[in-house]
Design a protein around this ligand. Structure first.
Ligand code: NAI
Length: 245
């Protein structure tokens, strides 16, 4: 489906690879100005800028978990941009371990990036959106937050937290025509799950009704839809894109 996001400004956290890259790319192709943020890899970010040099792309490197860095990013953002139509809170990490063996640092890192990062970014984004009385916040959660997978207590807690955060924030900003929703991707072929052992991959695939992992574009399709003006009556909810998992 074609959308027209000409004149829109979109921030996608973790937007230079995987699911975030697919979402950023689709917004760029529909005419939006996109700021793809990232934390680690300059090379990947530069490749993305090169690949989309004909489009309105920029990148920004900072840690979404660090509220000072997020504030500095938005200070700069508001100097160079008139409005913000869409924020996609996509940045996320996994540090799996059973609870009894989980280092406290791994607990905090996963909560800070996935959940506190969503809060940090949303807090400043809604300030940009309120005045214009329009906005879309899309948070990328996970089925782990709903089902809980063994070895993912930190990740499951963070992802379930995003769902609760989404419901509360959606009620706070609905009057300003800002919608807040989650997308819950099933297993999507990206770097994030590259470390899964082959036997586990086989086991997971056989448990998915459509019998395969999804692609980043399966998620970006839904992000395009949720961002559209036509989706104004959808808020505070989660759309599951899991192949029936
Ligand atoms: P990925 O590992 O390819 O990309 C993650 C992105 O997040 C990277 O661009 C990275 O730079 C960024 N990031 C990580 N920590 C950051 C921080 N502290 N500050 C700023 N940026 C940071 O992963 P993938 O698969 O594209 O995941 C995207 C989102 O989708 C994540 O939130 C993940 O939890 C979620 N998800 C992924 C699934 C999958 O099967 N791939 C399934 C369910 C949810």
């Amino acid at each position: 489906m074609k959308y027209n996001y000409e004149d829109w400004t979109v921030i996608v956290t973790g937007g230079t690879r995987g699911i975030g890259k697919a979402i950023a790319s689709d917004f760029l192709k529909q005419g939006a100005k996109v700021i793809a943020t990232y934390f680690g890899n300059d090379e990947t970010a530069n490749q993305m800028k090169e690949e989309f040099k004909e489009y309105k792309i920029s990148t920004a490197k900072f840690d979404v978990a660090n509220c000072e860095e997020v504030e500095a990013f938005f200070d700069d953002f508001s100097k160079h941009n008139e409005s913000l139509e869409v924020l996609v809170n996509n940045a996320g990490i996994r540090k799996d371990n059973i609870v009894g063996m989980m280092p406290s640092q791994d607990w905090h890192d996963v909560i800070s990036t996935n959940l506190t990062g969503t809060y940090n970014m949303s807090k400043y984004a809604i300030m940009q959106m309120m005045g214009k009385r329009f906005g879309r916040i899309i948070n990328i959660t996970s089925p782990s937050g709903k089902m809980g997978f063994a070895g993912q207590a930190n990740y499951a807690a963070a992802k379930a937290g995003q769902v609760g955060f989404t419901k509360s924030l959606s009620k706070e900003v609905a009057k300003r025509a800002i919608t807040v929703n989650c997308i819950s991707p099933g297993f999507i072929d990206t770097e994030l799950i590259k470390d899964l052992p082959a036997d586990l991959v086989k086991q997971y695939k056989s448990s998915i009704p459509v019998k395969k992992f999804g692609k980043p574009s399966d998620i970006s399709n839904v992000a395009m839809f949720l961002a559209s003006k036509e989706s104004s009556y959808i808020t505070g909810t989660t759309i599951e894109v899991t192949g029936g998992l």
